[in-house]
Design a protein around this ligand. Structure first.
Ligand SMILES: NC(=O)c1ccc[n+]([C@@H]2O[C@H](COP(=O)([O-])OP(=O)(O)OC[C@H]3O[C@@H](n4cnc5c(N)ncnc54)[C@H](O)[C@@H]3O)[C@@H](O)[C@H]2O)c1
Ligand SMILES: O=P(O)(O)OC[C@@H](O)[C@@H](O)[C@H](O)[C@H](O)CO
Length: 498
């Protein structure tokens, strides 16, 4: 069978206007789709060049099919099933920042470039004082970007119209502001000239954004049948839900009107909100949708489920999930109860999407930092507001600790994971090395010692010592002991019935 290529998709040659750091499933199902539709429906006419920002992995799959790929969006809209299968042609090239450094810089300093998007996971936007300006490229994402901007500033003699608009998609708080902060730190560390600092400050826009689309990615089970049906081979098939929302905040260097004009997403009929304040959208999404994932997924997995949809069909987990959101998360949010309840209802419908097989183990990646970012604010908000422990959010800590229980290391995708045991079946626990080392060392201890070690580890809870929360250590100790003795299914069933 022929490999997908430009002659099949009839891709049009377009100038590179967008540079995208990250080649993962999410950006391809979201940002590249958005630019693809915008190219079709408006005169935007911009290509995306994908940059692989880290050493890991290679871009052969992209080059083998001239960066073309098929995206399948599936879900329900107004009670009716909806499916969009679309050949994405917006990506015009893919380069590795390390291996293809010169080409990467060529794109970075091209006349036509105007936007930078990124999704480098929660680990990407960091300042590291050991990063080196003279390295080609510097090792961190913000370090690479600082050097790229500097080369651009030099090449165009600081021309104001050669500044860039940065649209980071990472799910961290104030992603645009954090990214700019890191760049400013690198400018100071590397003693780059004042004119450059002024150019970055005045001619580049760092727009915080919030993204929302559930992307399970490559459909392993169906890929062969799909390729047969389409009549071509595609190693980059991507699958996601039909729902998608991008909230983009204008920074002070650009007006909302100019941003809308430069990014004609509204004209293209896309669900993009341009706003002066993205915070309410972010709080609602991260605390309700992501917080819900992080609080029920580990318990659900240990209770025997494998995907989100199956968890929603499990009455015990469904009740766990709904009571967490309605009784414990929503009362801690700043938006109105009505607004939050409407959003929650929509999230439940999205979790029920029969076409999306979202693996619990995929969501479980890096759960310790996710609990801190997505659940801790609701947990502490509830304790402060009601002066008691929230039943389910408290239990979710014990579920996380049970899921992370292991002394066995294994190799996975070139890295080290811990191997958990679900009734004799092995599963991978994937997180930062320091987190895995902690659980390897502590998870075999008595329930009381394990609970004390975890809750008092302030690095896991934004500097908070959770042993100071009245009754928490005892509650977690009891849950852990109970789960060890009777298994997750029995304990979680009793929990929802209590
Ligand atoms: N999958 C979803 O449903 C979904 C939805 C919304 C947001 N997200 C966000 O997307 C991210 C994961 O993306 P994905 O699902 O496409 O996974 P992925 O593993 O396919 O992609 C991750 C990307 O991040 C890059 N990366 C990883 N560590 C990095 C580092 N330290 N510095 C620079 N780049 C780094 C990788 O090169 C890769 O391009 C997560 O941060 C998640 O919050 C995912
Ligand atoms: O992608 P992660 O690993 O950061 O988090 C897992 C899920 O909560 C997440 O992917 C959601 O499905 C997504 O954020 C929805 O927009």
């Amino acid at each position: 069978m022929q490999r997908l290529n430009k002659s099949i998709t009839h891709a049009v040659d377009r100038p590179v206007k967008v540079m995208q750091f990250g080649e993962g499933n999410f950006l391809r199902a979201f940002v590249d789709y958005i630019f693809d539709v915008t190219n079709e429906k408006t005169d935007f006419n911009g290509g995306v060049v994908i940059v692989k920002p880290i050493e890991f992995g290679n871009l052969d799959r992209f080059h083998d099919q001239e960066c073309q790929y098929t995206l399948q969006l599936r879900g329900y809209e107004n009670g009716q099933p909806k499916e969009i299968t679309r050949q994405i042609t917006s990506v015009v090239d893919a380069v590795a920042a390390i291996e293809d450094y010169e080409k990467f810089m060529e794109y970075g300093t091209s006349e036509t470039l105007r936007f930078i998007v990124s999704n480098t996971t929660e680990a990407g936007i960091v300042f590291d004082a050991t990063d080196d300006f003279n390295a080609c490229p510097p090792k961190t994402y913000p370090g690479k970007l600082t050097k790229l901007l500097f080369e651009r500033y030099k090449k165009f003699n600081g021309a104001a119209d050669k500044g860039l608009i940065l649209l980071p998609c990472e799910l961290i708080a104030d992603n645009g502001i954090e990214l700019k902060k890191c760049i400013m730190q690198f400018i100071d560390l590397w003693k780059l000239e004042d004119g450059f600092k002024t150019w970055v400050n005045e001619c580049c826009s760092f727009c915080p954004t919030l993204v929302d689309r559930i992307v399970p990615g490559y459909p392993r089970e169906d890929a062969e049948a799909l390729c047969k049906e389409w009549g071509y081979e595609d190693q980059l098939i991507d699958r996601a839900e039909t729902f998608g929302l991008w909230v983009v905040e204008a920074d002070t260097n650009i007006t909302l009107d100019q941003l809308k004009k430069e990014l004609p997403f509204e004209e293209a009929g896309l669900n993009v909100v341009f706003t002066k304040d993205h915070h309410p959208y972010k709080e609602r999404k991260v605390r309700i949708l992501n917080g819900s994932h992080t609080s029920f997924v580990l318990a659900s997995f240990l209770a025997g489920n494998n995907i989100v949809r199956e968890s929603m069909d499990d009455p015990t987990i469904r009740q766990y999930m709904e009571e967490t959101l309605y009784n414990e998360v929503i009362p801690t949010l700043s938006l109105s109860k009505e607004d939050c309840e409407e959003f929650t209802k929509a999230v439940i419908d999205r979790f029920l999407n029969p076409f999306v097989k979202h693996q619990l183990l995929d969501i479980s990646l890096n759960s310790v930092s996710k609990w801190e970012a997505r659940c801790l604010p609701s947990f502490l908000g509830y304790v402060n507001k009601f002066n008691k422990l929230p039943k389910y959010l408290t239990f979710s800590i014990a579920a996380l600790m049970s899921f992370y229980t292991s002394q066995t290391e294994a190799e996975f995708n070139g890295g080290i994971v811990l191997q958990g045991d679900r009734n004799g079946e092995k599963y991978n626990i994937r997180d930062d090395k320091a987190v895995l080392d902690f659980f390897k060392e502590n998870s075999a201890k008595s329930a009381a010692e394990f609970a004390h070690a975890y809750l008092s580890n302030t690095a896991f809870f934004g500097g908070e010592d959770l042993t100071k929360v009245a009754g928490l250590e005892e509650a977690i100790t009891n849950y852990i002991e109970d789960i060890r003795n009777r298994g997750m299914r029995a304990v979680v069933t009793d929990l929802v019935n209590a």
